[in-house]
Design a binder for this molecule. Sequence first.
Ligand code: TRH
Length: 378
Amino acid sequence: MQWDIFCKVIDNHGDLGVCWRLCCQLAMRGERVRVWIDDGSALQWMAPEGCAGVTVIDWSDPAAVKAAAAGAHPDVLIEAFGCDPAPELIERFASAQETSASPHESRPWINLEYLSAEPYVERLHGLPSPVFRGPGAGLTKRFFYPGFTPRTGGLLRESDLMVERARFDRAAWLAERSIEWHGERLISLFCYEPPALTALLNELAGATEPTRLLVTAGRATLAVQACLATGALSGIASGETSAGTGALSVSYLPHLAQHDFDHLLWACHLNFVRGEDSFVRALWAGAPMVWQIYPQDDDAHRVKLDAWLDWLDAAPSMRALHRMWNGFGAMDCADATLPELGAGALAEWQATIIAARQRLLVQDDLVTQLMRMCAGKS
Ligand code: TRH
C-alpha cells in the first residue's frame, strides 16, 4: 500500500525521529511510503543515506506538494501528533474516498499520538474520531496510541532488533567511531538542561570508578560546556572534543545517524535519554536508563513520568533519581547530591529494564498493529 505520513517538527528531534523510524519500518515490510515534512533539515545527519521505499516531500514547498498531490492517492493517511495536514491534501484524500468501493473499505486516516504509560491511552487507543469541519468533513479518523501494554498500539521495534543487539561489539564500535576508551565505565548523555547536571558531573568526577561520559551533539553538549564553564567542577580540563577531571572523562560526540544512535546506547553501561524515541530505544538497549521527560505546561509531564515509573515497577532509588533529574526534587540547591550511581544500584536498575523489555518483546510491535488496524482487522 501507499502510505502518506505527515510530520510537523515542533522542536527538538523526536517528531521527525519517530516518524522516520515508522517510515523505515513500513518500507522494510514492502510498503510504499511518502513522508511529508515541514522541516526535514535534521535528516541530513539523522538519515544521510535516506531509506529505500521512503520518499521525503518538503511540505513547505508548494511546488513539491503540487507535484506529489498529482501522484498516486494514498491508501493510508497518517497524521503524526495531530499535525493537521494541508487542506488541499485532505481534500484529495477525501475525493479518493468517494472512489472507494464501499464505506467499510474507506481508506484509513490515522491520528498517531504521543507515547505515554498513562491509563487514558488504553481507553482511547483505536477509537474513531469523526471529522465535522473542513475538507475532511464526513470522514472518520482513528486514534492510534503507542504504549506499553497489549491494549495499546505498542512500540516501534525493528524485526531484527534483538539479533542486531546481541551481535553488537562495543570495542569495535568505539574504535570505528574513534571514541577514546580505556575500559572505563561508559555513560551516554542525551538531555535538555537538567538541573541536576552539575551534581551528576561532580559525582562522576569524585567517584572511585572512572567514567567516560559520551555527550551527544546539540543541547547536551551545550549544557555540559555551560556547567564546566561556570567552574562548578574543580580542576576540569576543558577542550573542544573532550574534557576531564578526577575520575570523569568527557567525550563530545558529533550527531550520529539514527541507526548509529542505537549503537551508542548499546555501548554504554548507563544511558541518560530524553523525549520519546531515544527513551524507547534505551528500553530496547537493556542497560540502566534515566529519562528526562519532555517538559509540558502545568506539570503534565510529572504525571506522565510517574505513570511510566509505576508501569516499570521502578525501585525507590530509580524514582528518586528520576525526580531529581527532571527537576521535581530539591535540585535547585547547589549542594544537592544524586543517589549513588554505584554498581549495586545500576545492577538493580538494569534488572528492572530487562524485565520490562521482556514484557514488551512478547507484545506485537507498533507497525504490526498499525498495519492490522489499517487492514481493517482491529
Ligand atoms: O529530541 P527529543 O527531545 O524530541 C522531543 C520528544 O520526541 C518529545 O516527545 C516531543 O514532544 C518533542 O520532541 C517535540 O527526543 P527524542 O524523542 O529522543 O528524539 C530524538 C531523535 O534524534 C531520536 O530519534 C534519536 C535521534 N538522534 C540521532 O539520530 N542522532 C543523534 O546524534 C542524537 C543525539 C539523536
